[in-house]
Design a protein around this ligand. Sequence first.
Ligand SMILES: [Zn+2]
Ligand SMILES: [Zn+2]
Length: 152
Amino acid sequence: MKATRTRAYLAGPSTGKDLDDYPEPLAQRVEITAAGCWIWTGSYDHRGRPKITYEGQTWASHRLFYLLAYGALPEPPIELDHLCRDPRCVNARHLEEVDRGENMARRYALMTHCKRGHEFTEANTYEIYGRRVCRKCQAMRSAAYKARKDAS
Ligand SMILES: [Zn+2]
Ligand SMILES: [Zn+2]
């Protein structure tokens, strides 16, 4: 009676509380962590997002879980954001609908260090076109450029 169960979800909204509430092809690809994250053990796309082919359609797995749990998916620019910050998690209750702009701002605020590990302190940071630039990295880039120029 799986088909009936799935249709009931799509008519939604459902709590989607337990993994058992979901169709088996989905539920069997999930590993629950102590923190309550449902880690996707199925395949991932080239951007590291969980994916599955379900009933002939390819889905981002977390979006499919969300659809089955709540009966609808947000339209762009609203997207699903992981409250737990783990992109492998497909737990619908860990997903929140946010404006893409807000999503970016949130990710940005979480970055405390540049990619080389220098802290984004006020003294070490300046903004250019709305992006933070690390002064230490900038100094390293300038030095490297100068060294190349001097060598040639
Ligand atoms: Zn999670
Ligand atoms: Zn840096």
